[in-house]
Design a protein around this ligand. Structure first.
Ligand SMILES: [Zn+2]
Length: 141
């Protein structure tokens, strides 16, 4: 597909002049016009909807990462963030925001699971110490 260098309108195959503005079609112009769409395809842009999905995925993944230290809340938010990443990917969204959201939601999920295990062990340990203390009369006055 060739385009007029002067006005940018589409040129008929083998046309010598542009139908729109009448500018002569040179071989060099056609060559350049052919290369341009390739360049455009190399840098696709998100639609506002795709950008919105990627953005909300990124925000949720950051919130999930922040909540990771609490354990379970981090798991929930990170899982939702991962779902948003999947939805945005399925919608055809691309770019740095989505990539960052994908990585951060994964880290958030792993960290949240580790922290949940930590808290469970911590609570069980405290409970164990308390139970041991009670059975040994440490809390009797
Ligand atoms: Zn033209």
């Amino acid at each position: 597909m060739a385009f007029c260098k002067n006005c940018g309108s589409e040129l008929q195959q083998g046309a010598k002049f542009c139908e729109n503005c009448g500018a002569p079609v040179e071989e060099a112009n056609v060559q350049q016009a052919v290369e341009q769409p390739v360049y455009t395809e190399a840098q696709p842009v998100n639609t506002p909807e795709q950008e919105g999905l990627a953005k909300s995925a990124l925000i949720l993944s950051i919130v999930g990462l922040v909540l990771a230290e609490l354990g379970l809340p981090g798991i929930i938010v990170s899982a939702i963030a991962k779902g948003k990443v999947k939805k945005a990917t399925e919608a055809g969204a691309i770019g740095g925001k989505l990539k960052a959201a994908r990585i951060l939601s994964k880290i958030g999920l792993i960290l949240s699971i580790v922290m949940t295990v930590f808290w469970v062990v911590y609570i069980v340990a405290i409970g164990g110490v308390m139970a041991y203390g009670i059975s040994n009369g440490a809390f009797d006055y």
